[in-house]
Design a protein around this ligand. Structure first.
Ligand SMILES: *C/C=C(C)/C=C/C=C(C)/C=C/C1=C(C)CCCC1(C)C
Length: 248
């Protein structure tokens, strides 16, 4: 636990740490002096996301945030639990980005966040289960929550589309597609990686894959969102509802 020294996968944990730090500095630099309240809100969210991810990557790279799980067969599995601590807070914030962009109501936001927290929590249980069959069962439960979450998200964004300006709708669509593709990759890496105990991909490759996914889903996603100052400042004041074109 404390004092664990990462193996060769440590390289990717350091790249993740550096990448999150750069993303954080970029958002801080770009957000500096922003006065518009809506814009400030989006900057705050993404600054939080990269701060949390930076801290957790730093923790993992320095050998904190990892535990040895004893499997039923007697094997020991190093589990980087700090990932879940990161995701528990960062994934709701990323959903908030897109929900605010679409002007989603409070109930929808709570539903999305509830499903999301459930997904990460059940994934964490799976990561600590001693029996491979239970690990896979928890993976299934967590993945089901992800699918429901994406279904609710797509429905929400579809309903919001007619009241959005063209620019906001197109930004929302790009971010939605990015989110769907990236988030669906997480359970695949998990089940094929060490957590799934199927041993298709080793810890080294798995750590690299999560690092690339994390950087893209946080820094890439946030940078793309925040590039669009004009759209973000005009949310809610887009094309008049009703007269807007039908959603695609
Ligand atoms: C910045 C971090 C992000 C966007 C993380 C997203 C993580 C997920 C969508 C994780 C999902 C999982 C499952 C659906 C099942 C197995 C366990 C997880 C937690 C990897």
């Amino acid at each position: 636990m404390v004092g664990y020294t990462p193996g060769s996968e440590g390289l990717f944990l350091w790249i993740g740490t550096a990448g999150m730090a750069l993303g954080l500095l970029y958002f801080l630099g770009r957000g500096w002096g922003v006065t518009d309240t809506k814009l400030k809100q989006f900057y705050a969210i993404n600054i939080f996301v990269t701060t949390i991810a930076f801290s957790m990557y730093f923790a993992m790279a320095t050998g904190f945030g990892v535990a040895n799980v004893s499997l039923a067969g007697g094997d020991e599995l190093p589990i980087y639990w700090a990932r879940y601590a990161d995701w528990l807070f960062t994934t709701p914030l990323l959903l908030l980005d897109i929900a605010l962009l679409a002007n989603a109501d409070r109930e929808t936001i709570y539903t999305l966040i509830g499903l999301d927290v459930f997904m990460i929590a059940t994934g964490l249980i799976g990561a600590f289960a001693a029996q491979p069959v239970y690990r896979i069962a928890w993976w299934g439960i967590s993945t089901a929550a992800l699918l429901v979450l994406l279904y609710v998200l797509v429905g929400t964004l579809k309903a919001a589309a007619p009241s959005q300006s063209d620019a906001a709708r197109s930004l929302t669509n790009t971010l939605k597609n990015m989110l769907i593709v990236l988030w669906l990759a997480y359970p695949v890496v998990w089940i094929l990686g060490t957590e799934g105990t199927l041993e298709f991909i080793p810890l080294y490759t798995e750590t690299a894959a999560f690092m690339v996914l994390d950087l893209t889903a946080k820094v890439g996603f946030g940078a793309y969102l925040l590039k669009n100052h004009d759209v973000l400042t005009s949310i809610g004041g887009g094309a008049s509802a009703g007269s807007a074109q039908p959603a695609d």
